[in-house]
Every structure is written in C-alpha cells, then in structure tokens.
Design a protein around this ligand. Structure first.
Ligand code: ADP
Ligand code: MG
Length: 423
C-alpha cells in the first residue's frame, strides 16, 4: 500500500527562485520582480455566486508565481515550464477575445488577457512585458489554477504600470482589488471563454491569512471570517479526485440557465432574493408550472436557497468567538455534509469519485466533508483533526483503489495570504 501523495506548496522563496531562474534562462535578463497569486478552495456556498448568494473561500498556500519585466513596446512574451521550448509572443495591439482574429491560445490568454481587459477598463496604452510562470496550483483540479494565473498577472501589471489598485499583501487596497477582480473575471469569460462567476478571483485577491472570505456575490462586499484551523487543532484536507472535470461541456451553462429560468418564473432578479422562509412557497410555484423542466427548477432552486442559508449559518458559527470544538465543530461538519448532499441530490453536479471521497473521509473520522468548486470532478474537502489528515487521506486512497479509480492527490489547505509581490 503506497502512502497517499500530498502535493506540496512551493515556499515563497522557492517560488520566487524558480520563476526568476526560468525568466533568466529564457529572456537572459533580470525580472523587475516576482508576483504571486494563490489558488482557492471553497469551504461552503457552492453554485451560489452567479445567483447573487454567499460563498466562503480561503486562499491556498499553493500559488502561481510570475517573474515579470516591463517592456518599452507593446509585445508580451510568456513562458512556463510546460512550454519552455516555445515562448508565446503576442502584441497588445492585436490580441482580442476568444472567437475573434486576435484570439490568444491556451494559458497565455489568462495572463495577456488581463492587460487586454484593463485597457478596456480605462487603463489605456499599457506596456508590454516578458513573464515566466511557475505555478504549483494543481491544474484543472477545481482549485482555480486559472484564477491564480489571472490574479498574478493583475498584481504584477498593477505595479509595473503604476495603476495603484492592489496596495500590498500586507496593506491591501480592497476597493482597488475588487476592480482587479472584475478584470480577471472578464479575462476568464471573454479571453478564455469560460463562463465562471467571481468567487475564484475574489478569493485569490481579497482573502486574508488565517481567515475565510465571506463573499456576497450580489454586490462584491466581503467579510473576513476567523478560520485559523491550526490554532484550533484542525486541518482542511483537499482531495483532488483527478476525475475529468470540464465546465465547458454544457453542464455549468445548463445549471446557470435553469437558475435564471427559475428566477424569472418567481419574479426575482436573482435566486438569492428568495428568503429561506419563503422557499416552500417558491417551490410550490415552480412545481405548478407546466414546463417539463418543473422538477429540475425545483431542485436547482432548493439547492441554491438552502446553500446560501447554510453558508450564513456557518459564518455565524465561525464568528461567535468560541473555540471550534465539541458541538460547534459537529454543527460545522453537519453543514458541510448537508451541502454535499444538496449538491449530489438537488444540483446533481457530483460524480462517483467525489461521493466516494466524501463517504470515505467521513467514515475515517472527518468532522464534515463535501465536494468543492464547480463539481463533475475536481476536488473535495474534509475537515479533520490536525493529526488525522494522513489517516483520512489513506482511507480515501484505499477506497479509490477498491473502486478502481485513479489515485487521488491531497493538499493541506492552510488559509493563506492573498496575491502580492514576493521579491
Ligand atoms: P482550474 O481553474 O479548476 O484549475 P481551469 O480549467 O479553469 O481549471 O483552468 C485550467 C487552465 O489554466 C489550464 O488548461 C491552462 O490553460 C491554465 N493553467 C493553469 N495553470 C497553468 C500552468 N501552471 N501552466 C500553464 N497553464 C496553466
Ligand atoms: Mg478555473
């Protein structure tokens, strides 16, 4: 029996050195600096962002590191270890959204696209840049490696082009960062063509170390909620199922469309407008519609409204100042479990790998466990005692072996700092 594999986070020093070394090797110059942005994992509040609801992500210690040097022209050159042989070269004067002649290939769109978006947000004539990317956010694991790319580019461009939006990681300018978030979301939606909400970029740019970020997706307002797990003798285990997750095969769009139809029938702008007390009446109205999607609309709406309520309850629990132990810990675990159940039964966006991970983690002593991120693969999380992380990971790995799934990977999710400058 092999020991479970934990994906390590590069330390800030290692990240800065690796990105700088790649930059020197490829561009034969010194970068102006190294900037980073974290991946994220959501504690609760799933598929609520585009419904105007609440989410509760933390920033991961796993980060994208970007060594970058400002250029005198409008050229952008990008390299990552995966593409060392080939440097992507483009021009800020000719790049454009996906599906247009200026379309930018693959991962380069997540970085160059931020400059493109900022120019449309009023920061005209930005300088080009050379940049080397070294990221240890697992790719396509539902931990937002894509937002980490965008947000590292956002804080780097902010500084070398003197936009004055981000502040520093120590003294962040939250309003400025909210504007960077909007530009990173636009990058992901228009340049990369992925129709995602704003949770990922908000987490990467606006979290605080030792805290979760309560994000009100209606107006973008945030509250920093104490979540210093190590101090409570707890840990958050991330289980990367390695199952194929693709949000662009239409499932994500179908969920969003169902929520919009339900909101329209109920006469509200967003499903977050339905108070939990009014949910039974709202569900009655949806089941009384004669469309053949009535059952689907009932289930999707029930998930969204109850999930926002669970998020509100978990936030209140974490803010009450008492240690996260005993009945309080049990209640936090129940809220996470109920979230998974709702995503499995009502939102129908889990998969066997996610369900098995969650069941095995609970059976091995996790206080609560749920899928996290968009679903259909990606990652699950388990709230565990600090000294039990490896045992729970082993139990999940064993269950995967029994089921014949590919081996999962694990991460230790310590609530970490938001995007900023390293060196
Ligand atoms: P997630 O954000 O959940 O990890 P996405 O599909 O949204 O998954 O984003 C993954 C994409 O981000 C990849 O297909 C790639 O284009 C880009 N990407 C992320 N990290 C890297 C990296 N280290 N090097 C190159 N591209 C990356
Ligand atoms: Mg993503």
């Amino acid at each position: 029996n092999d020991a479970p594999v934990f994906a390590p986070a590069l330390s800030p020093k290692e990240g800065a050195e690796a990105a700088t070394a790649l930059f020197r090797e490829v561009f034969e110059a010194e970068p102006d600096g190294v900037w980073y942005a974290p991946g994220r994992v959501n504690i609760i509040g799933e598929h609520t962002d585009y419904n105007g609801g609440l989410a509760l992500p933390i920033a991961l210690p796993h980060r994208a590191h970007l060594a970058l040097r400002r250029r005198k022209d409008r050229v952008v050159r990008l390299v990552s270890p995966q593409t060392r042989e080939k440097v992507d070269v483009m021009d800020l004067d000719t790049i454009g959204p996906k599906g247009t002649p200026g379309e930018v290939a693959h991962w380069a769109s997540y970085i160059a696209g931020v400059a493109w978006s900022l120019e449309r947000d009023g920061f005209e004539n930005l300088p080009g840049f050379d940049a080397a990317l070294v990221s240890c956010v697992p790719l396509g694991g539902g931990l937002s490696s894509s937002a980490a790319l965008e947000c590292s580019a956002a804080v780097a461009i902010d500084e070398v082009a003197h936009l004055g939006l981000a502040g520093t990681a120590q003294e962040p300018d939250d309003a400025g960062r909210a504007r960077l978030v909007a530009n990173c979301v636009r990058t992901e939606n228009e340049m990369a063509g992925a129709p995602t909400g704003g949770m990922d970029q908000s987490a990467s740019l606006r979290c605080r170390e030792g805290h979760a970020l309560e994000l009100d997706c209606r107006d973008g307002s945030v509250t920093h909620v104490p979540f210093d797990l190590a101090a409570e003798g707890l840990a958050l285990l991330v289980i990367d199922t390695k199952a194929k997750h693709s949000l662009d095969d239409g499932q994500y769009g179908a969920r969003r469309a169902a929520c919009e139809r339900a909101a329209e029938i109920l006469g509200v702008e967003l499903l977050a407008d339905i108070a939990i007390e009014d949910l039974p009446g709202a569900l009655d109205r949806l089941s009384a519609t004669d469309g053949d999607d009535a059952d689907e609309l009932v289930k999707r709406t029930r998930h969204v409204v109850t999930e926002i309520d669970r998020t509100r309850r978990l936030v209140a629990l974490l803010q009450d100042g008492r240690p996260l132990r005993g009945e309080k810990l049990a209640e936090a675990g129940r809220l996470m479990d109920a979230s998974h159940e709702s995503l499995r039964m009502d939102y129908e966006c889990t998969c066997p790998e996610l369900d098995v991970a969650v069941e095995a983690a609970r059976a091995a002593g996790a206080h609560g466990a749920r899928m996290t991120g968009g679903g259909f693969g990606g990652s699950a999380i388990a709230l565990v005692d600090a000294d039990a992380g490896h045992d729970v990971a082993r139990a999940v790995a064993d269950a995967y072996r029994r089921e014949g799934f590919n081996p999962p990977a694990f991460l230790d999710a310590v609530p970490a700092a938001p995007a900023g400058r390293l060196a």
